[in-house]
Design a binder for this molecule. Sequence first.
Ligand code: KIV
Ligand code: NA
Length: 265
Amino acid sequence: YKRITTKSLVDMKSNGEKIAMLTAYDYTMAKIVDGAGIDVILVGDSASNVMAGHETTLPITLDQMIYHAASVVRGIERSLVVVDLPFGSYQSDPKEALRSAIRIMKESGGHAVKLEGGKEIKESIKRILNAGIPVMGHLGLTPQSIYKFGTYTVRAKEEEEAEKLKSDALLLEKLGCFAMVLEKVPAKLAKEVSESVSIPVIGIGAGNGVDGQVLVTHDMLGMTHEFNPRFLRRYLDLHEEMTNAFKSYMQDVKSLDFPSDEEQY
Ligand code: KIV
Ligand code: NA
């Protein structure tokens, strides 16, 4: 694929090729992630945690999401850029949802939006899709509802919630969403959901029976040490590496080792 589109992702599912998605919130990171060949870059509202240090995703604003997304878009050549609609920008009414989605598309240059929820936000999803804006769904653990759940533990372990999740997944497909994220649900349920729809299901903490995986880049790089869910695989310990680099720099400055003769004019 020269440039990943929403259609490439659906094709990848039919061909059995798994989709790799990671987050980015800025130009430099996006350029590296895109250059590595990652299919989808998510400008997640996890920026609220990772970039701004908030405890939840609720505080981040639409303007802040647009700033992050526009920075990401300037760094990419091939990846599909999906942007989270932040809490409060789409729940109150479908018209506001569409206005928010339009602002993201116009002001950031992103390629699609992601919204949390199923049946509750059906009208908003419809309206956004009717305007020609691709929508990625997000079911299971939906962090914008954390105060309703009360905990970040696995969702849909009970029959009732599992049934709702399955019918929401079918609804998202029927409405015309091009893909969905399934967060922190039992692997068996996630596999069932993936097999029940023709659009790609991208999992995080949802096992390997789905059509792709997503992780928060700062987590998989090991920059965040506090966050230790079972589903997180760390590919680097950048926290350690960076700390060592900062310490070496400090030592070099204090010992007058830096800058050397070659490092000055
Ligand atoms: O905001 C985010 O990073 C997300 C992913 C974890 C799916 O929504
Ligand atoms: Na998110």
